[in-house]
Design a protein around this ligand. Structure first.
Ligand code: PEP
Ligand code: MG
Length: 754
């Protein structure tokens, strides 16, 4: 027996189907449909709104409302009851609309006589693409059964509303939302690099067309087969992919477990038992979870929702038989455009052909972005509307470095992007040539060049650059990429992998530097007003000492028999450093008592990132074995200028007298105390800035792998004595920035600073 709600919904859907299969224009069809739904549901009026431009709803079809209002009345998302339904993608039922605080009266609608209101979202890819609204003259509550019927009908209506015909109408209606007319689109860079290729829209055509099961047993059997096949294929695909090691592999493992989850399977079977087809059961299970979790601000739960969307799509493709094919057709270069994407999805493509990835709903901690980075694929996220507007086969260029996407790029843009790609290839070739040559200046000064690492793919640079070691290991990155806080053994495996790769080279571990913009998915957001100067970094790990102790234990064990260098970030005064150092020494004592597998030497240092420590440098340098300058944070605090705010990036320059004087002060003191001093902030990754640092006397620079070759070229083309003279003279300058002078100097002296 089907439930009464399902029976009623089936009745409506039969009629709906016969209307939608007719030859009428889409406007006529939808007018007929809303009339029919109103009559079936005993409502006095009905309307169908369509989303345009991602955040507005326009009245598209109406019954018993002012026909003049069609195509004219617009609600913003969040405006009025209908806007509220779209904003939250959630049904809203109100007995008396006029007394609801959110109600907004639009006189053009002619709804003065209506009281009760129910609005149901039309959802596609967990976004409202429209709203179906019913109104009645009587004040009355809609029952749970009414809601269930309308939500089921809305699933089918969503299909009609996402048809190509509708998409053409949308484009005509709102020319401004037509992405083809917007050449350059700004998004959020999640992985750097440049690429160009034809768009392949990721799983756009997966639509549920059949909602109700004719034969439950058959549907259960289909589910069983598809579920088993999907999991077997996933196991095989992930085993075959050349992924190396690292946190992206953990992510894929976690995903595999998620896809095989028994609780999920049970839920799907129950949905089939209630009368749905296997495809609709998958969709319903997702919607239930979405209804429960979409409002959450918890990043971890949000990521889980992404994963469920992804496995749901994957399972649907197995149910429809559209699986297993390598996507992307014959094209040599493809750009994948997705609404959202799971980490395993990249494996459905020949990923050696992927030149870029665009994810409309992406976030920096999103797992697929981490996997893409490991595969060196540029990624740009958060471009509203791109997923619904771009079609497979359109030419797209991506600038993952600055976060731009070009749809139908002009010839000029194509040339620029090609030049960037070629430049990258040239640099890589040059880097390969430089690999065996020393980082020595023209006047014979050796500069030690180290790498900053965090992500697994950074480790490849150790070999390809032939660096002097690791000047900064951002240990929080594997923590950020994990599903849960890694335990001591897990941490040991990360640290040991790095130490093994480095052989006898120096490695500097930095203790966990979370907070501010680096959030852990499994920790709630503390919700501070100024997180960059809030509870972050060493402030957290000193307050949550067990975390710090565990990490230190992992460092000590991973470095057994070798030299261990540990530094603490965001140290603000001497006593904070003493406290952190003492914690480390206590753990070392404990380890000594337990085992003889301890490091051969332990050096403890700190990062210079907070201006106050510069005023205690003499005392600190007596206690620290080494220091490393985090110029990113130091500049942010010296200039009182948010490092992540794009409006301020050009405003203050590290190449200016105030900042260079600070840097000068630090290296003089470090040299006086004979303490190893390096720079590991971005300044060391930028050739012209690194040149100024060498001029001031810095001999240890730690940089990103992608900048290594360019910095090494610069080093090999300078004369330290001459640069030192020039830079010291600039320290008295009153100019806002000294960059132009330094660049001219480099050009005049044949210094390579590309
Ligand atoms: C810095 O602040 O310069 C630094 C190296 O640390 P992070 O960028 O990880 O904050
Ligand atoms: Mg920092």
């Amino acid at each position: 027996m089907q439930s009464p709600a399902i029976n009623k919904a089936m009745e409506i859907l039969q009629e709906l189907r016969s209307v939608s299969e007719g030859n009428d224009a889409i406007e006529v069809k939808l007018n007929k449909i809303v009339k029919m739904i109103a009559e079936q549901m005993s409502a006095d009026a009905a309307a169908c709104y369509i989303t345009i431009g991602g955040n507005r709803l326009v009245l598209f079809a109406a019954y018993q409302m002012n026909p003049e209002a069609v195509d004219k009345v617009i609600f913003r998302f969040g405006e009025g009851l209908t806007g509220e339904v779209a904003q939250n993608s959630r049904t809203l039922s109100v007995a008396d609309a006029w007394s609801h605080p959110k109600f907004v009266h639009k006189p053009e609608l002619g709804e003065e006589n209506y009281k009760s209101y129910i609005g149901v979202p039309l959802i596609r890819w967990h976004r409202s693409i429209g709203v179906l609204a019913l109104q009645s003259k009587e004040i009355h509550e809609y029952s749970a059964m009414d809601v269930e019927i309308l939500e089921t009908v809305a699933m089918v209506l969503s299909e009609i509303v996402s048809s190509d015909e509708m998409s053409d109408w949308r484009k005509n209606f709102d020319k401004n939302s037509n992405i083809n007319e917007r050449d350059k689109l700004k998004g959020l860079s999640l992985s750097k690099g440049y690429g160009m290729g034809v768009a392949v829209v990721h799983r756009r055509r997966q639509v549920v067309t059949k909602i109700f099961a004719e034969d439950k047993e058959k549907e259960l059997h289909r589910l069983e087969i598809a579920f088993g096949q999907m999991n077997a294929d996933l196991d095989k695909k992930l085993a075959e992919a050349k992924l190396g090691m690292g946190e992206h592999v953990d992510i894929l493992d976690a995903y595999r477990m998620f896809a095989g989850d028994k609780g999920w399977y049970k839920k799907l079977s129950n949905n089939i038992q209630s009368g749905l087809t296997a495809e609709a059961a998958v969709e319903r299970a997702y919607e239930d979870m979405w209804n429960r979790l979409s409002g959450t601000t918890d990043i971890y739960l949000k990521e889980r929702l992404h994963d469920l969307r992804d496995v749901s799509d994957r399972l649907s493709s197995y149910l429809s038989g559209d699986y297993g094919s390598i996507k992307g057709g014959d094209a040599k270069d493809i750009i994948v455009v997705a609404q959202t994407m799971g980490p395993a999805d990249l494996m459905d493509y020949d990923y050696t052909k992927i030149r870029g990835l665009i994810i409309e709903d992406g976030t920096p901690t999103m797992h697929v972005a981490i996997v893409a980075k490991a595969l060196n694929i540029p990624v740009v996220a958060k471009i509203k509307g791109i997923f619904s507007e771009v079609k497979t086969g359109e030419l797209i260029a991506i600038d993952g470095t600055d976060g731009y996407v070009y749809v139908h790029p002009s010839t000029l843009v194509q040339e620029k992007i090609r030049a960037k790609i070629a430049e990258k290839e040239r640099l890589q070739a040059k880097l390969a040539e430089l690999k065996e040559l020393p980082a020595q200046t023209k006047d014979g000064v050796n500069i030690n060049l180290y790498l900053n690492v965090g992500l697994a793919f950074d480790l490849d640079y150790i070999e390809s650059t032939n660096c002097d070691g690791i000047g900064l290991y951002r240990t929080e990155i594997p923590f950020m990429a994990s599903e849960m806080m890694p335990d001591v053994d897990r941490q040991i495996s990360y640290y040991q992998e790095l130490m093994d790769k480095c052989g006898n080279k120096k490695v500097i571990f930095r203790s966990l530097d979370v907070g501010s913009d680096k959030l852990l998915p499994y920790w709630g957001n503390v919700g501070e007003e100024n997180p960059a100067i809030g509870w972050r970094s060493i402030r957290i790990t000193l307050d949550r000492r067990a975390i710090l102790r565990k990490q230190i234990r992992a460092f000590l064990r991973a470095a057994a028999g070798k030299e261990l260098n540990v530094m603490f970030p965001m140290i603000t005064n001497l006593s904070e450093f003493e406290e952190a150092k003492e914690t480390l020494l206590l753990e070392l004592e404990k380890e000594k008592r337990k085992s003889d597998k301890i490091p051969s030497k332990v050096n403890v240092g700190l990062m210079i990132e907070v201006p106050s420590v510069i005023f205690q440098l003499d005392s600190l340098l007596k206690q620290a074995d080494f220091i490393s300058i985090g110029t990113n944070d130091l500049a942010q605090f010296i200039f009182a200028c948010d490092r992540g705010n794009p409006r301020l990036t050009e405003r203050y320059d590290v190449l200016s007298a105030p900042f260079l004087n600070v840097m000068n002060e630090i290296i003089i003191k470090a040299d006086q105390h004979h303490v190893y001093c390096s720079v590991c902030g971005e300044m060391a990754s930028n050739p012209i800035e690194a040149m100024a640092l060498i001029g001031l006397g810095y001999r240890n620079l730690s940089m990103s792998g992608s900048s290594f070759g360019r910095v090494k070229s610069m080093v090999r083309s300078i004369n330290v004595e001459e640069v030192a003279d020039y830079v010291h003279n600039l320290l008295k300058s009153n100019k806002k920035t000294l960059r132009p002078q330094l660049i001219s100097y480099a050009y005049d002296h044949g210094i390579e600073i590309y």
